[in-house]
Every structure is written in C-alpha cells, then in structure tokens.
Design a protein around this ligand. Sequence first.
Ligand code: FO1
Length: 314
Amino acid sequence: MEDLAMQVVVLAGGVGGARMADGFARVLPPEDLTVVVNTGDDFEWHGLLVCPDVDTVMYTLAGIANPETGWGIAGDTWAALEMLARYGGETWFRIGDRDLATHVFRTFLWRQGVRLSEITDRLRRALGVRVAIWPMSDDPVRTIVETEEGPLPFQEYFVRRGCAPPVRGLIWEGLERARLSPEAHAALEAADLVVIAPSNPYVSIGPILALPGALGLIEQRRVVAVSPILGGQALKGPAAKMMVELGESPSALTVARRYQTFLDGFVLDRVDAALAAGVEAMGIRPLVTDTVILDPGARARLAEEILRWVASWG
Ligand code: FO1
C-alpha cells in the first residue's frame, strides 16, 4: 500500500461509520488514519456520560464490538441493568456490564475537567487501538429530533421510541458555542482525503459538518462519501425513513446532493448503478462497487478500492 500513502480522515457516526473506519484501519498504517466521530447522540444515563458513536467506533477498532448489534461489547452481560430494573430505574437504553465501566471511567475523568478528546484518547489506547479517534468536539452538542409528537432527545427518539414518530426537523443544542476538537481540526487540516462514512447524513454526519468552521476546512480537502442508502433503503437505521419524512426522495442521489458543494467522489452500491450518471451530472465522480461491508474482508476491500480510485485521479 506504499504507493497509496495518504493522510485519511474518516467522518463517522455509529455502526456504518465504525465499519468503514475498520476497513481503512486494515489497509493503512495507523499514523495515516484518523476517525472524527459524531457526538450529537451523546447523553447522560443515570448521571453517566455515554458517547454511543465514539464507543461503537472504539470497540469496533479494538475488535470487541458486539457483532450482532454493531454497538456494545461482544459477550457482555446485563447484571447491572437487571439490578437497576429491580430499583425501578429506567432500562430502555441497554448498557452492558463491561460497557458500563467505560461510562463510569469517562464520567470520572470528565468531572475532573479532562477534555472529551483526551478521555477518548486514553480509552482507545488502553483498548489497544492504534488509530486516532477524536470526538468531533469537546463541547456538548445534543441532537434534538423535532417530531410530530414534539421534540425528543436523540436517544429517546432512536432507542426508546424506535424511530417511530415522524420527523419534522432537527435541532443541535449547543452547536453555536461548540468548536471542532483541536485534534480533529488538526487532522482535517493535514488530510489528503476526507471520507464521509456510510452513516446517516442528517443525524450522524450533519452535526460534524454543522460545527462552526468545519465545512470551510473540509471544502479545501479532497472529499469522498460512501452512500448509506442502497436501492432506496438504509442498511441500518432510519436514514431512508427520515428522508421521506423530511420531504426528500429516499435515494443515494439525495445523499450526493446534500454533500454536492464539497464532494469530489461518491461511492454507490451496484444496486444503484443506474444513478451514477446523475452523480456525474452534479460534477462528482461516481464509483459503483459493493458497499455492503459486514465482514472485515469486505471492509478492507472497499477501503483499498477507494484509495486506489482517489490515487488514480493524480
Ligand atoms: N441502540 C439500541 O437500539 N438500543 C440500545 O439499548 C442501545 C444501547 C447502547 C448502549 C451503548 C452504546 O454505545 C450504544 C447503544 N445503542 C443502542 C446504539 C445507539 O443508540 C445508536 O446506535 C447510536 O446512537 C446511533 O448511531
């Protein structure tokens, strides 16, 4: 891969972002890869700071993610949650016993005033992850989903309500005061290539791009996005449903259009080969390939294909 040497930053949400980051981690030296992760999904659970997307990326790169759910830790147990239920505590958000230690330790450091970036760096190193993982910001940003039933904090919408209430809009609390984490900022400045993972464009990538100054930085880099929509459906999560509810058509083209102003390349699944011409018409290079990256081999293959494709542009 020496001929493909470049500094890559992957912008990631949860499960889709983690899988794409894992692919690049398998083909690039760790010092050439940085993952910048959405923190709009973060929330406080029984007084503990939980960062679901950061943890999903971290556990995946550490090789300990639960393969069935994509989030949480493989083989985790639920004794603490069962005890919490006996006390009458809320258990709709399922934190496993091992996962709980992550949130306890993170919150312990956070209360001492340690920045979220420093905490994340310490956690991922302890788990043996050699790739840098940075939360998008050290400042709290919270996604609020405006639904037909009123505003809902993200995890209440996503987990508690199973994404059922129709979405009318999105609000990011704290966004105007938030800044990119200094480490994420430096990585984006040094990047030869920014890859937008196949994550939800509204709630996973949206908050990263909406951070003051982020778009200006990203626009100056070479940017490739991988579509999270295949054949009008999201592989996981509510992206396609949200598109319809927000008045857009559930299509990979809607994703490309959303990123159009700064995108150099757009990766579509083979099922959407017919949409490549539409991508080209937007002035964006299309790449049609297999984008279902459930297993490690498929992830590495897609990452390598993207690197070769971008390198071929000269
Ligand atoms: N998602 C669920 O659908 N149900 C859960 O109970 C749940 C618990 C959970 C615990 C820790 C964690 O890091 C993630 C967890 N997730 C759960 C996933 C999470 O809500 C979403 O995947 C992301 O926020 C969306 O990217």
